[in-house]
Design a protein around this ligand. Structure first.
Ligand code: BGC
Length: 386
């Protein structure tokens, strides 16, 4: 019996090996082999007594996006490089339970109800003051300690090309007024475009600023520094900050400064310049004011190219700004999917959003949501090769 099992085992290994060779031999350059890149059984688990699962979106050109309901986050994103091989361009963890970690809570997640900072965690609506817990020096960052990144979202609908997550943040959770009902839909099409559509409603006047916090490395997760990635931002202005990274309220021209990405340049070219803003951010950690240059129904926001992979990511959005963060606080706290560490500046984030601290800055586009109004916004990430 034992011998028979051993024999069956060896025969199946042989078939798998032959199968793989066959697949590689017939693989066309623009049609990467379809493989399952993440193990859904190993990934699944329970967080706060609720089940967490792995979901997959895929298209015919080989792109695979992996998502989970914990934080409604992207955990893996495999796209073809210039050789036609797939690379995973987002940082993440191999197991769902690893995401329940206050030391590194934002990989790929939806942040909200208010992405980025609110000064001193306080704001006013109709003369009433609201105080949020402060979790970032003297300020509130990304919705506080228990923003939606630590929520177990439910799956409202799912097919091969789209998934909708839903979550209602109860009134006064993390201090925000209103029961805020949110929906986030990820969609993948045959043009290698991943869209994220956001929707929210509240039964009390509140503030909202949802975005996705993927950490990208277009050469592949864990493949070293991002300083040689080329980046272009469609922004002639940015919002300078104080030493706690709260915008001063001014809009400043980028021309002639290290913040000028209007022409493509390496992320690292000016990152060590002697500049007060770079000193405050420990690198780039700033909101750029988009020029509102239209492409279809979108604003052009950013274009980034991986120097080794040739993978190009275009970001288009309906949002007025984009936060560019060059991974300055990454310091090998955690282990990634592929076993590598999250070393300093081995990923960057580009978060399309309203401007930080908008609830306290009357000259910034409003982030107020009133009952009866539906908050709707979307952003698109297009992958191609150079
Ligand atoms: C913020 C950074 C912060 C990072 C955390 C970014 O959106 O601007 O200051 O360290 O998120 O992942």
């Amino acid at each position: 019996m034992k011998r028979k099992m051993k024999y069956i085992g060896m025969v199946s290994i042989l078939f798998v090996v032959l199968g793989c060779q066959q697949k590689n031999a017939t693989k066309a350059k623009d049609e990467p082999a379809m493989t399952m890149h993440m193990d859904s059984n190993a990934f699944a688990g329970k967080i706060n007594d609720q089940e967490v699962h792995l979901f997959e979106l895929k298209n015919k050109r080989g792109v695979h996006a992996y998502l989970t309901n914990f934080g409604a986050r992207i955990v893996g994103l495999w796209v073809p490089d210039k050789q036609g091989n797939l690379r995973d361009v987002v940082l993440g963890f191999a197991k769902a339970t690893d995401y329940n970690n206050p030391a590194e809570p934002y990989f790929g997640t939806i942040v909200g109800p208010f992405g980025n900072r609110i000064a001193k965690g306080t704001f006013q609506l109709d003369g009433q003051s609201y105080q949020l817990p402060v979790n970032n020096g003297s300020n509130t960052l990304h919705g506080g300690f228990n923003g939606v990144h630590f929520a177990n979202w439910t799956v409202k609908s799912k097919n091969d090309s789209s998934i909708t997550f839903a979550y209602t943040l109860p009134d006064r959770s993390e201090g925000f007024p209103g029961n805020i009902a949110m929906e986030v839909t990820y969609g993948l099409n045959e043009e290698n475009e991943l869209t994220i559509a956001y929707q929210a409603q509240s039964d009390k006047k509140t503030v909202i600023n949802l975005t996705n916090h993927a950490y990208f490395n277009l050469n592949g997760e864990g493949s070293g520094s991002i300083l040689n990635h080329q980046i272009r931002l469609f922004a002639d202005e940015f919002t300078p900050v104080d030493s706690t990274l709260i915008p001063t309220g001014k809009l400043e021209k980028v021309i002639g400064t290290p913040f000028d990405f209007t022409v493509k340049k390496a992320i690292g070219r000016d990152i060590n310049a002697n500049d007060r803003q770079l000193f405050y951010g420990k690198g780039y950690d700033h909101n750029f004011v988009l020029n509102k240059q239209k492409e279809g129904g979108w604003y052009k926001a950013a274009q980034v190219t991986g120097d080794q992979s040739g993978i190009v990511m275009d970001i288009l959005t309906e949002e007025p700004g984009i936060q560019f963060y060059s991974g300055n606080f990454m310091n090998e706290k955690v282990q990634l999917k592929n076993g590598k560490k999250d070393s300093f500046r081995t990923a960057f984030c580009l978060e399309p959003q309203h401007f930080p601290d908008s609830p306290n800055q009357s000259n910034f586009p409003s982030t107020v949501l009133i009952p009866g109004q539906i908050y709707k916004t979307k952003s698109l990430y297009r992958f191609s090769v150079y």
